[in-house]
Design a binder for this molecule. Sequence first.
Ligand code: ZN
Length: 266
Amino acid sequence: MYLLYLDDSGSAANKSESHLVLGGICVHESQITRLSKALDDLALGFAPTTPDEIEFHASEIFNGRSAPWSSIADKTSRAALIKSVLKLVADASRSTCTFACAVHKDSFPDRDPMEIAFEDLCSRFDQKLRRIERRGEKQKGLIIVDESAYETSLQKLTQQFRTLGTRWNVIRNIADVPFFVDSKRSRCIQLADHIAYAVFRRYHASDTNYLDVILDRFDRDNGVLHGLSHKRSPGYKCSCPVCFGRATRGSARKGTRKGARHEPTD
Ligand SMILES: [Zn+2]
């Protein structure tokens, strides 16, 4: 079984943020213990006797306002710690990959950005499981979400998951409704938090420092990037890896014809 751990970054209601991101890590069940131990080992550096009390939360590390991150006065050192967490993802086994969906909120004024992102990632996760099945390996998937996102629209979406999943045609390989867990108790949710944050920094602040660490780990097939998506209106100009890749493939399909239309959101 593959588990997709998800967390959000950014707020649907915060007008000062252009994007909302839902993202995380897709892990085969056999790799969960190994990844969790790697983060446990990193926690030992901050609490040698009580590493379980250390929760890695990227925005809290970045801001450095709360313990134990407030003890790291240097902003560059805190940024390096976030990258160290992301490096664990970058160095994970080949069966592990990342997913994220960044939604440009103003492009969809009448829709809930969390619903857009959740639908997109459910579909992409199911597509990955179908590719694995075509290679002769039958695997089911399960989605696990940080419970702090429970009070958002994800709660409603989860209640409607079977109906929505049928409408989206994505529940074939996803075994059950999403489960919500306490991020303090799940190292993989903490990794998901860092992945969502890395993508959020890219789209909200044009800061690629964090996304660059894990960009190669987003789900791909035959060189095509499937694990990262950017939902925006066709008029929103963007050169992110998703939009650039689509524009490049669109140009290749259309030859060298001038005025090729920038493809709309996928
Ligand atoms: Zn883009």
